[in-house]
Design a protein around this ligand. Structure first.
Ligand code: C5P
Length: 214
C-alpha cells in the first residue's frame, strides 16, 4: 500500500491545494475531511436542526450517511459538493464539528478511505484519526495571508468578497477550532510544522514530497 500522509492546519493554510497535488504526486487518494464536516453541517442546517439540539441531532446522525469519492460528497445519496462551499456553511460548520458525537460518527468513514494509502487533510488527522501516519505535517500561514487567499479564491470564482469580513471569519473559525474541547486543532508531537507564508504551492508540494520519500 502507499504511504499515509496527514496534513493538519487552520482555514486557508493551503491544505486542500497542497494535499490534492501531493496525493497525485504520490499516487494515492486524497481525502478532504473538512468536506465531510461541511456536509453534515449543511445537512443538519437544511433540516432545521441547530447544533444545540443534541437530542434531535443524535437521532438524525443515526440516519445520515455521508459518502466521499473522487472529490464528490453525498449525504443520503444527494450530491452536496457545491452546496457545502458557501460563506453560510463556513460560518456554521465549526459549531457542528465541536460536538463529540458528530466527530465519533465520522471516524470510521475517514479511516476506511486509507486502505491503499492516503493524503488526508483536516484538523485532527495526526492526533485522532491517523495517529500512526507515516508522515505528519502541520501547515500554517499568517491569518492575513490565509484570509487574502480565501478572498482571492472567491473573487476568482466571481463571488462577492470583502477582505475584512473574510479575515474576521478566518480568525473566528481558528478560535472555535482550536479552543474546542473535543479534538482541537493543535500541532501533534510528531508533526513537521511548515509555514507556507510567501511560498508558492509548488514549493510546498515539492518539499513535502521529498519529506515523504526520504
Ligand atoms: O478544512 P475546512 O476549512 O473545509 O473545514 C471546515 C471545518 O470543518 C473546520 O473549520 C472545522 O470546524 C471542521 N473540521 C474539523 N476536523 C477536521 C476537518 C474539518 O473539525 N478534521
Amino acid at each position: 500500500r502507499g504511504p499515509v500522509v496527514v496534513l493538519d492546519g487552520p482555514a486557508g493554510s493551503g491544505k486542500s491545494t497542497v494535499a490534492k497535488l501531493l496525493a497525485r504526486a504520490l499516487g494515492v487518494p486524497h481525502l478532504d475531511t473538512g468536506a465531510i464536516y461541511r456536509a453534515v453541517a449543511y445537512h443538519m442546517d437544511s433540516k432545521g436542526i441547530p447544533p444545540e439540539d443534541s437530542e434531535l441531532l443524535l437521532r438524525e446522525l443515526e440516519v445520515t450517511r455521508v459518502e466521499v469519492s473522487q472529490g464528490f460528497v453525498r449525504v443520503n445519496g444527494e450530491d452536496v459538493t457545491r452546496e457545502i462551499r458557501t460563506p453560510h456553511v463556513d460560518s456554521i460548520v465549526s459549531h457542528y464539528a465541536a460536538i463529540p458525537a458528530v466527530r465519533r460518527a465520522l471516524l470510521g468513514l475517514q479511516r476506511e478511505q486509507a486502505r491503499d494509502g492516503i493524503v488526508a487533510e483536516g484538523r485532527d488527522m495526526a492526533s485522532v484519526v491517523f495517529p500512526d501516519a507515516d508522515v505528519k505535517v502541520f501547515l500554517t500561514a499568517s491569518p492575513e495571508e490565509r484570509a487574502r487567499r480565501r478572498h482571492l479564491e472567491r473573487l476568482s470564482k466571481g463571488e462577492d468578497s470583502d477582505y475584512q469580513q473574510v479575515l474576521r471569519q478566518v480568525e473566528e473559525r481558528d478560535r472555535l477550532d482550536s479552543q474546542r474541547e473535543c479534538s482541537p486543532l493543535k500541532v501533534d508531537e510528531g508533526a513537521l510544522v511548515f509555514d507556507t507564508t510567501g511560498l508558492s504551492v509548488d514549493e510546498v508540494v515539492l518539499a513535502l514530497e521529498k519529506e515523504v520519500r526520504s
